[in-house]
Design a protein around this ligand. Structure first.
Ligand code: GMT
Length: 367
């Protein structure tokens, strides 16, 4: 098959999932064409069968907001003609599904598209009055709709009232790349310092300050260090909170890390304090490295963690700290959790299993 994949290029999960689908398709002998305004951060160079097509948006002075959705629709048609793409798979509904509909209308119905919903395209941005109607319309025009969790599929029906089925296809992880590195645990290391990690786009919805608050409590009880990975608007606020709580010397901001698979296995525990999280891809990547997660019980996180790790109430950093300490003070419990995290990632969220579900959907739509 020749599949066009439209996504955001940023470090956010939807772009990561889209790019990894591209890699997985190429590895299985298909042709994948990634379309975005920049090179996606996870795109590995020189992959046979996988090409990147940039969308150029001209900045005419009259345009306060250059119309990216129009430029994208045009690029989709060009890629379809150049590469004889069979089907488009658009990730994140806004505006990608609308552009796909426009591209299809411009060529008299020549093109089919599958829309994958990732989270805030439904729960935050999509339900904004300014975008709700075009998003619902574009979803209804999609040849198939998928959501990355059961929670998100249910929200889509609730918020948008779309009639067609929203199929659940969970996110996936390359369990060969994201794997434990066999490092000694803290109780075998000098000083016994635990390493906690948080990876995100540091948006308000991630509540990074709560991660820091939970960490401050943990670090008062046991030797610990917090790695903050990623970037976004709340980064400085998080560091300021660390300063206020007197734990800034133990909080390290690592920025955007290109090879997360090398970093995550070095951590002991992943903390997430999100207000909403349709899936939580970085938690799955951590689990695959044998790193258990402590997260707020929101959205689709329970579908990812299952019985492994700990879920705590939203906006309760003290409860998060207690849950983390329970795991970090008991080496036997911790080892069992680390092994269970890895096993769950391998058994339920491996690339092979999930990409097969997308391939089935593509085949069905193309029939
Ligand atoms: O909204 C975001 O935070 C970014 C968004 C994205 O497009 O990267 O993340 C969403 O999609 C990820 C990949 O499917 C999920 O793992 C995240 O849980 C989801 N974020 C939220 O629901 C907040």
């Amino acid at each position: 098959m020749r599949i066009g994949i439209v996504c955001y290029p940023t470090v956010g999960g939807s772009g990561v999932v889209a790019t990894e689908i591209g890699h997985a398709l190429a590895a299985r002998g298909h042709e994948a064409h990634l379309i975005s305004y920049d090179r996606p951060s996870r795109l590995r160079r020189g992959t046979p069968g996988l090409r990147f097509h940039q969308v150029a948006v001209s900045a005419y002075p009259l345009f306060r907001f250059p119309p990216y959705d129009l430029a994208l629709a045009t690029r989709m048609l060009e890629v379809r003609e150049e590469a004889r793409v069979d089907l488009f798979h658009v990730h994140y509904a806004i505006p990608h599904a609308v552009s796909a509909f426009l591209a299809r209308s411009m060529c008299g119905g020549c093109l089919k598209f599958v829309t994958t919903l990732h989270g805030t395209d439904i729960t935050v941005v999509g339900s904004d009055r300014a975008y709700l109607r075009p998003t619902r319309f574009a979803l209804e025009q999609s040849d198939a709709i998928t959501a990355v969790s059961r929670y998100l599929a249910d929200e889509t029906h609730l918020v948008f009232g779309v009639k067609q089925p929203v199929e659940v296809v969970h996110n996936f992880v390359d369990t060969d790349r994201f794997r434990p590195n066999g490092k000694p645990r803290w109780h075998q290391r000098d000083g016994g310092e635990r390493i906690l990690v948080h990876v995100s786009n540091f948006r308000p919805v991630k509540r990074i300050a709560d991660v820091v608050r939970a960490f401050a409590t943990i670090q008062r009880r046991i030797p610990a260090r917090l790695w903050l990975v990623g970037d976004g608007p709340d980064r400085e606020h998080a560091m300021a909170v660390a300063g206020d709580l007197g734990c800034q010397h133990c909080v390290e901001y690592l920025g955007v890390v290109d090879h997360l698979e090398e970093l995550l296995p070095q951590a002991d525990l992943f903390l997430s304090a999100s207000e909403t999280e349709s899936f939580g891809l970085s938690m799955l990547e951590a689990m695959s490295c044998g790193v258990p997660c402590v997260s707020t019980a929101v959205g689709g996180v329970a579908e990812v963690l299952g019985p492994v790790g700990r879920l705590t109430p939203f906006a309760d950093p003290e409860a998060m700290a207690r849950a983390a300490l329970e795991l970090l003070e008991d080496p036997a419990l911790f080892e069992a959790q680390a092994a269970a995290a890895r096993a769950r990632a391998v058994e339920r969220f491996g690339t092979e299993r999930i990409v097969a579900q997308y391939l089935q959907i593509y085949e069905r739509v193309l029939q």
